[in-house]
Design a protein around this ligand. Structure first.
Ligand code: GUN
Length: 293
């Protein structure tokens, strides 16, 4: 069993980006600039956004954090997005999810200029990705694919089972795994809360991508000997022994599943860190106008 070390690979990607940014600046190019909007005080969102901002600084990007109280109106938020869309210095804009119930996530995402949608959530980016056209690939699926690529894991002709059908992870990662390129060319099955013979399907998988957000859902009896297991789950679970009061749990029961795997991602230290590296990559692509010109 080999660990898919997201910590190591994301650090390598960050180093590569740092060199690229330096070169770009020396050649008179623009400093990539990411803007992040954070609404309310959700603990996990605070942590994620703080990490994104910190990573920008470490790589040499500019960043702007715009914070709103959870009582912000939808109109106020949309007006801010329109203002950022028109700001030529800002290359990438993300609105951290979840948002309060009175704000339409779809409206927010569709208001972001598709050329600045470095989260890849806009329907045009998702649609272009599905068609195999240049687009921003959302950070988590991008991170998963990059991890597979950097470890040179064979995907062609393999049965890849994606557990979970979210628009942010399950759906896009399943599209990526079936495309006619590497990583891809897998036979993909998406399973979800209404799937009946879930365990039997998982047992047929050469590659399992677990993205359902239920801690330790995937157990050893669901995994074939030699499978590749990629755990996208990252749920806060109360844990009085931790200073923070919580532990981060993946969707896979790591201790019992790991001995059966050829490769497996740890949690934390797996996919989570890769998503930030992917977001940073998208921001550089945007500053260079590589996707939309
Ligand atoms: N909430 C959970 N994951 C993400 C993400 O990748 N981007 C944004 N904007 N919000 C999220």
């Amino acid at each position: 069993m080999q660990l898919l070390d997201g910590k190591l690979i994301s650090a390598q990607i960050k180093e590569e980006l740092k060199v690229e940014v330096q070169k770009q600046i020396e050649n008179g190019g623009k400093i990539p600039h990411l803007a992040a909007i954070l609404v309310g005080t959700n603990g996990a969102s605070e942590t994620y956004v703080a990490s994104k901002i910190k990573n920008c600084g470490e790589i040499g990007f500019r960043s702007s954090l715009i914070r709103y109280d959870s009582t912000v109106t939808e109109t106020e938020l949309l007006d801010k997005i329109i203002e950022i869309n028109q700001d030529d210095d800002i290359d990438g804009l993300i609105v951290q999810l979840p948002l309060p119930d009175h704000i339409s996530v779809d409206k927010v995402i569709e208001t972001i200029d598709v050329r600045k949608d470095v989260d890849g959530f806009h329907p045009i980016n998702l649609g272009r990705m599905a068609k195999g056209l240049p687009s921003y690939i959302s950070a988590t699926p991008f991170g998963v694919i990059e991890l597979i690529k950097r470890y040179k894991i064979e995907t062609a002709g393999k049965h890849c089972v994606v557990v979970g059908r979210s628009q942010i992870v399950g759906l896009p990662v399943s599209l990526l795994m079936q495309r006619n390129t590497y990583p891809g060319n897998s036979t993909v099955t998406i399973i979800h809360s209404r799937t009946q013979n879930l365990k039997e399907i998982c047992l047929q998988a050469d590659i399992i991508i677990a993205a359902l957000g239920r801690p330790e859902f995937i157990t050893a009896d669901m995994v074939k000997e030699g499978a590749v297991v990629i755990d996208v789950g990252l749920t806060r679970v109360e844990d009085a022994t931790k200073k923070s009061g919580f532990a981060l749990k993946g969707d896979v029961k790591f201790d019992e599943v790991a001995p059966k795997c050829s490769y497996i991602t740890p949690v934390p230290g797996g996919v989570g860190l890769m998503t930030i590296a992917a977001l940073m990559t998208n921001t550089l692509l945007s500053a260079r106008k590589e996707i939309y010109g």
